[in-house]
Design a protein around this ligand. Structure first.
Ligand SMILES: NC(=O)c1ccc[n+]([C@@H]2O[C@H](COP(=O)([O-])OP(=O)(O)OC[C@H]3O[C@@H](n4cnc5c(N)ncnc54)[C@H](OP(=O)(O)O)[C@@H]3O)[C@@H](O)[C@H]2O)c1
Length: 279
């Protein structure tokens, strides 16, 4: 039996086992995917000994993504560009790492609103953490000329801008409404809205009617930002699609089959999200 898992600290909230075990069953593969809480001080040792834990690989979530990159022997360009890895696998005795968050976000955005890229307008990113880096990388690869990053801690937005070069510009958090109205895409990558907590306090009045509004928070599925955008007739892209699509490359590496993100799988996740208590 092949085994993989997701590690994080904490890890209870992770829905990755639901996704991978669904695919394992669907594909008739003798395998299992579990979750394991690993404290920061043990991450490197754990990742360096995947085989002795009986694992063919793992996903890595907060706060271990940078440590995962550092622990790897070989890294894909996706992980090096973002500075973090979320997917690890073994090739013989070598630990390999990739970042599939960029793939997950861009794949779902392109599926939902392929026309976003026909607009010669900036992309506006709220937040400057690890997910913001993955998404900024995706938009740069897609050829976006200007990315505006708004973050509560401006120094972090500036660090992100320095990392990615002149096409990425840091802005004050207070400017998130006034400087985003012409955006082709507005994306929330902060934790605001998670479990319905907090408000981005952004006013979408006067936003370009073609602006695509997306949120990578997926609990609840329709965040306050997405609800506001829908009420204004703007197109929206939820965070669940990113979660589902980022899982595809890892499953393929570990189990040898490229799985599909189906409506049935999405419905299962939605049912789980609706049934969950805030954590
Ligand atoms: N859908 C998916 O597949 C997917 C994938 C990855 C992540 N996510 C979600 O994305 C979110 C961010 O993840 P991450 O890894 O980037 O986390 P992170 O590195 O910890 O970054 C968190 C970001 O949220 C901002 N923030 C937190 N509280 C805030 C507040 N009260 N006001 C304004 N800004 C605030 C932080 O600003 P400061 O810099 O000022 O602290 C930072 O920009 C999480 O909710 C995570 O679950 C979803």
């Amino acid at each position: 039996m092949k085994r993989a898992c997701v590690i994080g600290w904490p890890i209870e909230h992770s829905r990755s086992p639901l996704i991978h075990n669904y695919w394992l069953k669907l594909c008739g593969i003798d395998g299992v995917y579990t979750k394991k809480a690993v404290p920061p001080e043990d991450v490197s040792t754990f990742l360096r000994s995947l085989a002795s834990h009986g694992l063919v690989g793992c996903n890595v979530t907060v706060p271990h993504k940078e440590a995962a990159l550092a622990a790897a022997d070989e890294t894909e360009a996706s992980a090096r560009a973002v500075g973090a890895a979320n997917t690890l696998w073994l090739v013989e005795d070598k630990l390999c790492a990739a970042n599939t968050d960029t793939y997950g976000y861009m794949t779902y955005l392109n599926l939902c609103v392929p026309a976003w890229k026909t607009r010669d307008k900036p992309v506006c990113i709220l937040g400057a953490g690890g997910a913001a880096r993955a998404i900024a990388h995706g938009f740069l690869e897609a050829g976006v000329e200007e990315i505006r990053v708004f973050n509560r801690t401006r120094a972090r937005a500036e660090a992100l801008a320095r990392q990615f070069g002149a096409r990425v510009k840091a802005h004050d958090w207070e400017e998130r409404t006034s400087k985003a109205r012409d955006a082709a895409v507005l994306v929330n990558t902060t934790t605001i809205g998670l479990n319905g907590m907090g408000s981005l306090e952004i006013d979408l009045t006067g936003f370009d009617p073609d602006c695509v509004v997306s949120d990578i928070v997926y609990v609840p599925l329709e965040t306050e930002l997405l609800a506001q955008a829908k009420a204004r007739g703007l197109r929206t892209v939820d965070g669940l699609g990113m979660l589902l699509h980022q899982a595809v490359p890892g499953f393929e590496k570990w189990f040898g089959v490229r799985p599909e993100v189906t409506q049935e799988l999405r419905d299962r996740l939605i049912a789980d999200i609706k049934g969950s208590k805030p954590c």
